[in-house]
Design a protein around this ligand. Sequence first.
Ligand code: FAD
Length: 654
Amino acid sequence: MLTKKLPPVQSILFLVTRRASHLSKQRYDVIVVGGGHAGTEAAAAAARVGAETLLVTQKIHTIGALSCNPSLGGVGKGHLVREVDALDGLCGRAGDWAGIHFSILNRRKGPAVWGPRAQLDRQRYREFIQAELLSTPRLMVLEGSVEKLLVTDPNPEEPGSHRVTGIHLANGSHPISASSVVLTTGTFLSGSLFMGQTTSPGGRIGDAPSSTGLSETLRERLGLRVGRLRTGTPPRILKDSVDLSLAKLHPPDTHPAPFSFMNTHTRCKPEEQLPCYLTYTTPGVERVVRESLHLNCHIHQDTKGPRYCPSIESRVLRFPGRSHQVWLEPEGMTSDLFYPQGLSMTMTPDVQLRLIREIPAMHRAEIHTPGYGVQYDYVCPTQLSPALQVKNTQGLFLAGQINGTTGYEEAAAQGLWAGVNAARWALSRPLVALSRTESYIGVLIDDLVSRGVKEPYRMFTSRAEFRTSLRPDNADLRLTLKGFEVGCVSSVRHDVALRVKSSLQDAIASLQALTLSTNRWRKKLPGISVSESKSSMLSGMELLQYKDVSYEILASVFPECLSPYMELSQRLKIEAVYKPHCDLSKREIERIQKEENMSLPQDIDYFTLPVSLSQEVREILDRFRPSTLGAATRLEGMTPAAVVTLFNYVHLTG
Ligand code: FAD
């Protein structure tokens, strides 16, 4: 909660280190490897579910570090933050604590695709996450590098089925055993850093890569398919050296909206927020990129980079002659640095300086830290189940960048769900999945495990078929009660969600009971043009769908029945506007759910199945082994006819 006073970071580090050095046990229910965005959510979620959990990470003081951009949320990503929060995760509350510039993106479109976003103070974000982990019961933190996973040989009865039993640390200390392990190694798995023509081992600037032993366990011992991806980060610029009179001021929202359902306001007061600035590249930038290409080895590699967050080199080469946006974003409340979003680059530092000085607002800019690129191993995520468990290794779960995604929010979302399942596995409870009809997290995981990735995957609203019902405003109604059932939501949050749900239901019932003729509405609300409806009778809920009718206006006319729900006014307006769409998609969801959840036997031999399926479809099914009919439907190369054939076969034989 925002009222909490955080201890200074030094004392947090001292306390955490003290706990780690007094590690009393050599056996845990769950071990989480990596203290990034996936790992912190996984560890906290596993502990909330009730598992004795150990988080092992290379450096305690980098827990919760924002490796690249100092921001959280955005279009699609903001939905994930709200959903993680609805499941009692950390990142939404951390964002409210650390945010210094809040804005809702996509405001010109409907609220279903609004993107809550905040610029963050890096230090405050880390402090919050570290303090949260420290105060989480059943969670221990250990500084160390995991060298190897302990796994059993495959069970002869079940070919290809390993079981994870713990980890080995690089310092050679005793192995630590666990019933489940969650790997969240981010950009560190066999990571290499690139700047100009120089390459060095690393997972992030200043941090060593994950040991090769871990990659070997995954590739050789477990036989997993592993690929390689890349990303990059821009140089950090000294604020004082930028001529802000040549950039366009971008103010924050005047009423910062918190990410968390548990917060009514953000820590940063509206008037304390810092602005961002917008500027553009010039032809000089393109010239510098082209002249220095031969000195830039990262750009010549054929590993795939993030298409939606490309380097300036890729942008210039893909769209020659264009001017590209560069956002100057503050790195913290008192930081003297700007993060130039849009200028991720991997040239030598002298070329980076020449390049940024081609932008008018930065003609005298100084670089504090140069940009660089990173390449890393990821595990092809089609080898995971919807619970994020490796299909051929019981108890091993993967989450975050290791699954081929990019972004803090995507990592946090997977981390939370992998943590829930790792704990449930360890406590002998059934694994759980989220469907794409109920959440963006379900969409994300389903896309990963059923389609795989060819380039770093990031979330967009267009990936969700049911986006009119999967809105940022209703993530609590969709997920908090389910989260409570699976064990990751506290009773405090559960009670809040129940109260909100029941107030919304009461308010909607009151609005529906207010059914008047259109003539009477016109008399009551003379300033509003109420059109003749088919039935000429209109409920308050229907009237609220009109653009110029707000809940406040209706409550001023009918204060007795509507004023008790004033604090839900915005949510009620959104509910009313989306009601017709949601009613439609609810019917569609019910139809799909019926078929989507139909399980496909995992031992099915697709090559000998006595039905009419093309060889190509058989190969796809054999390769991806979808666990449900819904997952099969979304496999690339599956035809509607093949889905019907499969449905009929399983229906008849199952
Ligand atoms: P990380 O945040 O990378 O955390 C991994 C953690 O695991 C680290 O704490 C590490 O110390 C620990 N670890 C690794 N191996 C071991 C081991 N063997 N033992 C113990 N601990 C271990 N995202 C974007 O959306 N857009 C971008 O433009 C972008 N650019 C990036 C540029 C760079 C240079 C980097 C490094 C990252 C960039 N990212 C970008 C990615 C973003 O940082 C990640 O998506 C996000 O941090 C992933 O979270 P994660 O938890 O999976 O991994």
